[in-house]
Design a protein around this ligand. Structure first.
Ligand code: NAD
Length: 433
């Protein structure tokens, strides 16, 4: 099939690259000329494991190209995928300005029948608005299909080739058949539904996962007070098939470009129809408070925290990505710096992106984990990058000024830390020393 993808971010680029690998002819469009120039040169503007190899292979095979010319891309394609950002407005509602602009641009370019397939996460009713918007500007035939995206950053290529399910929301049977055909090599779990239900499936799924995270984090907070170990509690719960073991890892809460904005947006979607989504509001509150547990643990050890030097390992919102959008590290570091704490920060990939958002004279940006830890009074681990799991704890102990380790992701085990004389605090597990 001939496909145009509008927006070459985490979703658009990965989708475009993977669809080309399945044998489709794909052109990826972005209004950001710098990104398009990089992509044309075989460079990938984001960090996503395995993406570059598949991109280069398909570009060389002539199945994948990049352009800023939306009109030409739309005219030569049968399926137009909308994958632009839908960030939060200050109210928490989704900002639809980019998707509406993209829909307008597409409308003005349509030359013959097109299927407009929305992958961006959009509030219930948005695809109907897009349909209206396009038909106001174009007399040509088209259908709008909602196909929400469920990939996870850090494993986006793998997820795209092996999705748990594909959701197709449309009221047109012919468009549904075409979109089923596009995805049928990927999974047998294809759900065809009406457009509004498809839009809601995306929000409900993310809200449910966020709820699981905040739930286990509250259990962790109680475990700390009653002397239980949340990792054992989660393991014991997870064997119950009705519960499942995923998303039961206690820590400093979720971040990223999806859960925070999608939970807020769903609260707003509910509010717009006079429904007070109390449960989800609590999920969001718990998540916000959870970030501060790192600071509370530091304060309990150092009443004079303002005079201390703290190393931070991990700035990205999760491992294997350079995405720092709504990363817990942003709020934690800003709060520490505001109190006068000196920070040595290190992340294997995300430092450049992080510095665009947080920059301060009290922060030293380090090239390596041990460099960051050198001379520090405490180390806070905020992202569970695999390299941190392999830390030589004796060497770490030797390089730090004081051996205080706040493990915000429960990476280290009691066994590993035994005899290393660290003051060790983690989330929902017994203190050491
Ligand atoms: P992103 O911000 O990384 O990328 C969006 C891209 O769209 C940018 O490169 C921007 O320049 C481009 N763009 C914006 N307007 C344009 C226009 N009119 N024409 C051409 N290009 C345009 O966004 P993302 O993280 O890929 O997310 C895209 C959508 O997918 C969002 O709705 C998001 O909620 C959803 N989603 C994201 C993820 C994720 O893990 N990132 C997962 C599932 C769903």
């Amino acid at each position: 099939m001939r496909i145009a993808v509008i927006g070459t971010g985490y979703v658009g680029l990965v989708s475009g690259v993977c669809f080309s690998d399945l044998g489709n002819q794909v052109v990826c469009v972005d209004k950001d000329e710098r990104k398009v120039a990089m992509l044309r040169a075989g460079e990938v503007p984001i960090y996503e494991p395995g993406l570059k190899e598949v991109l280069v292979k398909n570009a060389e095979a002539g199945r994948l190209s990049f352009t800023t010319d939306l009109t030409e891309a739309v005219q030569q394609s049968e399926i137009i995928i909308l994958a632009v950002g839908t960030p939060s407005l200050p109210s928490g509602e989704a900002d639809l300005r980019y998707i509406e602009q993209a829909a307008r641009d597409v409308a003005l370019s349509i030359n013959e029948y097109k299927i407009i397939m929305t992958k961006s996460t959009v509030p219930v009713g948005t695809n109907h608005k897009i349909k209206q918007l396009v038909s106001d500007l174009s007399m040509k035939p088209f259908d709008v299909v909602s196909v929400p995206e469920f990939l996870r950053e850090g494993s986006a290529v793998k997820d795209t080739f092996n999705p748990d399910r594909i959701v197709i929301g449309t009221d047109d049977a012919t468009a549904a058949t075409k979109i089923i055909e596009l995805h049928q090599q990927l999974t047998d779990n294809i759900i065809v539904t009406d457009v509004r239900s498809a839009e809601m499936i995306k929000y409900a799924s993310n809200a449910f996962l966020a709820t699981k995270i905040s739930f286990i984090n509250e259990i962790a907070n109680i475990c700390e007070k009653v002397g239980a170990d949340v990792t054992k509690v989660a393991e014991g719960m997870g064997f119950d098939k009705r519960i499942g073991s995923s998303f039961l890892k206690a820590g400093i809460g979720y971040g990223g470009s999806c859960f925070p904005k999608d939970t807020q947006a769903l609260i707003q979607i509910a509010g717009n129809v006079d429904y007070d989504f109390k449960l989800l509001k609590s999920v969001v509150d718990v998540n916000r408070d959870q970030r501060y547990s790192v600071i509370h643990k530091l304060e309990a050890i150092y009443p004079d925290l303002a005079t201390r030097k703290v190393a931070v390992w991990g700035l990205a919102f999760k491992p294997n990505t350079d995405d720092i959008r709504d990363a817990p590290a942003i709020e934690i570091i800003q709060e520490l710096v505001a109190r006068g704490v000196k920070i040595n920060a290190y992340d294997p990939i995300a430092t450049d992106n992080f510095r665009k958002v947080v920059e301060h004279e009290n922060i030293t940006w380090c090239e390596g984990a041990m460099e960051a830890a050198a001379g520090a009074d405490a180390l806070c681990l905020l992202t569970e990058w695999p390299e941190f799991e392999k830390t030589d704890l004796s060497a770490l102990r030797a390089t730090m000024n004081n051996a205080v380790l706040i493990d915000g992701r429960n990476v280290f085990s009691e066994e590993e830390l035994r005899d290393k004389s660290f003051i060790y605090r983690s989330i929902g597990r017994p203190n050491m020393n």
